[in-house]
Ligand binder design. Structure first.
Ligand SMILES: Cc1ncc(COP(=O)(O)O)c(C=O)c1O
Length: 382
C-alpha cells in the first residue's frame, strides 16, 4: 500500500487506481531479461502460469488469457458461433463493450432492463425477451455485484441458450458462494488499470468446458491448432508475456485487495447510512460483492450532478458509471432509433448513480475526507 504521509486534501483521490509494486517490477524485469515476450509456440511461460493461478483462484477448470475484456467477450461470442440472425440478450446499463461485440458478430442485441436493487439484469425482463432466435444471454455483474444467476441458468437450459458472464468488474465476486464467471458457460474478465487486478490492458476467459477452452485458445491465435494449420476463424487476442507477468503478481495479491475493498466499503456504509435522500449499495442475501465500485443512488436525480461537482471540488474522484444507458448513446440511437422511456429502470439508474472511491490504495485520512466531504455535499439533499 502507498504511504499515507504525503496525502493532503489538495491531492486528487481517483475513483480507482492500480496498485503495483516490487513483485510486478521483478516479474516484468525477468521477462525482459529472458527475451521471451510471447507465449506463442511455447516460448514464455508467464501466460500459462497466470492462467493456472487465476483458474485456481476462481475455481474454474480453465482460464484463457487474452489482451482485453472486450477480446474475451468477442472470443466467447465467436466460440458459440453467434452470427447474423441470432439474438443476444444484454443489459443497456453497462459498458459499451458488452453489446458492441455482439453487434460486430452481426447478431442483434435485445436489451432487457435491470433490477434497481442489484443494477443487474431483471430475470423477468429477460424471460420476456427470449425468442426462438435467442442464442445467448450476457449477464453483467455490474460494479462487482453478482447478477441473479439461478433464474437465468434455468431459462438458458430450458431454451438451449448460452450464458456468457460479463465479469469484467467482478473478480472475486460470488453468487451463492460460487465465483461469478464460473456459473454460466463462460466468464469474461477485464484487466484494465481501473479494475480489481490489472495487467495494463488485458482480459481472461474462464470455463469448465474442455472443448470450449480449446476453441477459445484457437480463436485467440487465428483459429490455429498447430503452426499454420487453421481450423476456424480467429483473431490475434494473445496476452503478451510482460502483461501476464504483471497479472501473476496481481493474482497473488487479489485476496489482500478484496479484503481491503470490503473493509473500506464497510467504513463508508457505517458512516453514510443515516443520510436521507440516498440509497446505499445493496448486497443481496445470495451475493458476495467484490466492491469494485461503491455506488450510491441520489434519489433526487437533478441533485446528483451537484453532489458530484462538490466532491470534485474537494478533490474526490466521485464517478458516474454510466451517465447514458447504451440504447441512448448517439451511435445506438442512430443505428436502431431507440427513444427515451424504452428501458425505464436503466434510464433512472443512469440519472441517480454516483460511485465513491473504495479502492485498496485509500489511506485512512483519505477515507475520512471522503466521508466528511460526502456528508457535507449530501446534506443539501435533506
Ligand atoms: C462491464 C464491462 N464489460 C466489458 C469491459 C471491457 O473490458 P476492456 O476494457 O478490458 O476491454 C469492461 C471494461 O471496462 C466492463 O466494465
Amino acid at each position: 500500500m502507498p504511504p499515507p504521509s504525503s496525502w493532503s486534501p489538495n491531492r486528487f483521490i481517483p475513483s480507482n487506481r492500480p496498485i503495483l509494486g516490487a513483485e510486478e517490477i521483478a516479474a516484468v524485469t525477468e521477462v525482459l531479461q529472458s527475451g521471451m515476450l510471447t507465449h506463442k509456440s511455447g516460448a514464455g511461460t508467464y501466460t500459462l502460469r497466470f492462467e493456472e493461478a487465476f483458474a485456481k483462484f476462481v475455481g474454474a477448470k480453465h482460464a484463457i488469457a487474452v489482451n482485453s475484456g472486450t477480446a474475451a467477450l468477442h472470443a466467447a461470442l465467436l466460440a458459440f458461433d453467434v452470427k447474423p440472425g441470432d439474438e443476444v440478450i444484454a443489459p443497456s446499463f453497462s459498458f459499451i463493450a458488452t453489446t458492441n461485440m455482439v453487434l460486430l458478430t452481426g447478431a442483434k442485441v435485445v436489451f432487457a432492463d435491470i433490477s434497481m436493487d442489484t443494477f443487474n439484469l431483471d430475470p423477468e425482463k429477460v424471460k420476456a425477451a427470449i425468442t426462438p432466435r435467442t442464442k445467448a444471454i450476457i449477464p453483467v455483474h455490474l460494479y462487482g455485484h453478482p447478477a441473479n444467476m439461478d433464474p437465468l441458468i434455468e431459462m438458458a437450459s430450458k431454451h438451449d441458450i448460452r450464458i456468457i458472464e460479463d465479469a469484467c468488474q467482478a473478480h472475486g465476486s460470488k453468487y451463492r458462494g460460487q465465483d461469478v464467471g464460473t456459473i454460466g458457460d463462460v466468464g469474461c474478465y477485464s484487466l484494465y488499470p481501473s479494475k480489481v487486478i490489472t495487467t495494463g490492458e488485458g482480459g481472461l476467459l474462464t470455463t469448465n468446458d474442455e472443448d470450449l477452452a480449446e476453441r477459445l485458445r484457437q480463436i485467440r491465435t487465428h483459429g490455429e491448432i498447430k503452426p499454420y494449420e487453421y481450423v476456424q476463424l480467429g483473431h490475434n487476442y494473445r496476452m503478451p508475456e510482460i502483461q501476464a507477468a504483471i497479472g501473476l503478481a496481481q493474482v497473488n495479491r487479489l485476496p489482500e485487495f478484496l479484503n481491503a475493498r470490503k473493509v473500506n466499503a464497510k467504513y463508508l456504509t457505517k458512516n453514510l447510512r443515516d443520510i436521507e435522500g440516498i440509497a446505499l449499495p445493496n448486497e443481496a442475501s445470495w451475493a458476495t460483492h467484490n466492491w469494485y465500485l461503491y455506488t450510491i443512488r441520489i434519489l433526487s436525480p437533478r441533485k446528483r450532478d451537484v453532489v458530484q461537482k462538490a466532491l470534485h471540488e474537494a478533490k474526490i474522484g466521485a464517478a458516474v458509471y454510466y451517465e447514458v444507458p447504451l440504447h441512448l448513446t448517439p451511435i445506438y440511437r442512430k443505428l436502431f432509433q431507440y427513444k427515451e422511456g424504452f428501458m425505464p429502470v436503466s434510464e433512472q439508474a443512469a440519472k441517480e448513480v454516483l460511485s465513491l472511491p473504495v479502492h485498496p490504495a485509500l489511506t485512512e485520512e483519505e477515507q475520512e475526507w471522503i466521508v466528511q466531504q460526502s456528508r457535507q455535499a449530501l446534506a443539501q439533499l435533506g
